[in-house]
Design a protein around this ligand. Structure first.
Ligand code: NAD
Ligand code: TYD
Length: 360
């Protein structure tokens, strides 16, 4: 039975990936999920898997070398899929240090422990061991001209502390591949959306606020562009890169779905209007009047866009979910998981929200 060590599996993309993998491979695989359970990690995302014998959760910080070494010593790990990170740009602007700690130093610990566990006395590696580092298109910086896209050879030019820390982690993975021939891949993906996304990110924040008749904060002029990918398509890409990709290579993963932020907000309002029953009192709350332009994010990247040509040509992956379908599925999921939203937005998050948006 192949064993996966997934870091950050209690977060948004990690939990979607774990569900995807069990749907695809059933009980022919084992998954060990290592997560520190920061504010962004939520075991409720994986509740339905708790009783499975081939799913194990271990609470540990990826910066804790001893804890990670122990996991490698006690288990025959075949694949590492490394999601664990601090992932929110606005938080990185307020508190950059934790981003360097987790994203850079934590990745160094993961690489070192995997290398030590998999390396043979002659410096080569055990057969069929693979490490996949999950990264972002934000490492490439901001595109200013229409018609330009990020590709795998675009030079790194990160701007935010978040993207700089992810760029640092990518460079470490590249260094391990170049120096030790360490068996790894990197994926750089565009913005994800879908179930289980924490409502500090644009799409769930707008859905949640709209349903409560709260202001919909749009940064700056609302014309910044992001390329949105349904999270399940990302999970599929990660699996396909590990199984069909060429080792030591980077693959860009994108949705071919560029949209301005204000378009996203308008689509969410229209879709909520369509999906809410006439008898639902929330329907009257969801209007364009809620849109509120607020102070721009510092150093706000203007446009991200990926041409996922390499992954399509080499591996046959493409973004399957059209945005109009993905956003409906996402909204439906949030409709059906009101308690999940209530739980994650209570307490500390409420405090964060007031601090972040109170002054804007
Ligand atoms: P998330 O913030 O929802 O989840 C991160 C998870 O990592 C949480 O469960 C958290 O508890 C865990 N974690 C944080 N610090 C940890 C530590 N020190 N030790 C162990 N666990 C720790 O993030 P996400 O949106 O699911 O992103 C996952 C990965 O994908 C990140 O590496 C991110 O950079 C990358 N990525 C995200 C997007 C996106 O649109 N969300 C796009 C491209 C790439
Ligand atoms: P976000 O979801 O934080 O992802 P990222 O910054 O990593 O791309 O933000 C997506 C876009 O939406 C980004 O241009 C910032 C903007 N934004 C708002 O306009 N209002 C908000 O309240 C948030 C959270 C984001």
């Amino acid at each position: 039975m192949r064993t996966y060590l997934v870091t950050g599996g209690a977060g948004f993309i990690g939990s979607n990936y774990i569900h995807y993998m069990f749907r695809k491979y059933g009980d022919t695989i084992k998954i060990i999920n290592v997560d520190a359970l920061t504010y962004a990690g939520n075991l409720e995302n994986l509740k339905d898997l708790e009783k499975k014998e081939n799913y194990i959760f271990i609470r540990a910080n990826i910066c804790d070398k001893e804890a990670i070494e122990k996991i490698f010593a006690e288990n025959e790990i075949d694949r590492v899929v490394h999601f664990a990170a601090e992932s929110h740009v606005d938080r990185s602007i307020r508190d950059p240090e934790i981003f360097v700690q987790t994203n850079v130093l934590g990745t160094a610990v993961m690489l070192n422990c995997a290398k030590a566990a998999w390396e043979l006395p002659d410096g080569s590696f055990q057969k069929d061991k693979k490490f996949l580092h999950v990264s972002t298109d934000e490492v490439y910086g901001s595109l200013e001209k229409e018609g330009e896209y990020f590709c795998e050879t675009t030079p790194y030019a990160p701007h935010s502390p978040y993207s700089a820390s992810k760029a640092g982690s990518d460079m470490l993975v590249k260094a391990y591949m170049d120096t030790y021939h360490f068996p790894a891949n990197i994926t750089n993906c565009s913005n994800n959306y879908g179930p289980y996304q924490f409502p500090e990110k644009l799409i769930p924040l707008i859905i949640n606020n709209a349903l409560q008749g709260r202001k919909l904060p749009v940064y700056g002029d609302g014309k910044n562009v992001r390329d949105w990918l349904y999270v399940e398509d990302h999970a599929k890409a990660i699996d396909m890169v590990q199984e069909k990709g060429r080792l030591f290579e980077t693959y860009n993963v994108g949705g071919h779905n560029e949209k301005q932020n204000i378009e996203i907000v308008n689509i969410i309002i229209e879709t909520l209007q369509e999906m809410l029953e006439d008898s639902d009192p929330r329907k009257a709350l969801v209007t364009r009047d809620l849109i509120t332009y607020v102070e721009d994010r510092k150093g706000h990247d203007r446009r991200y866009a990926i041409a996922p040509d390499k992954i399509k040509a080499q591996i046959g992956w493409y973004p399957e979910t059209m945005f109009k379908d993905g956003i409906r599925k996402t909204i439906k999921w949030y409709f059906e998981h009101e308690d999940w939203m209530k739980n994650v937005t209570s307490g500390d998050y409420q405090k964060y929200y007031n601090e972040m948006y109170g002054s804007r």
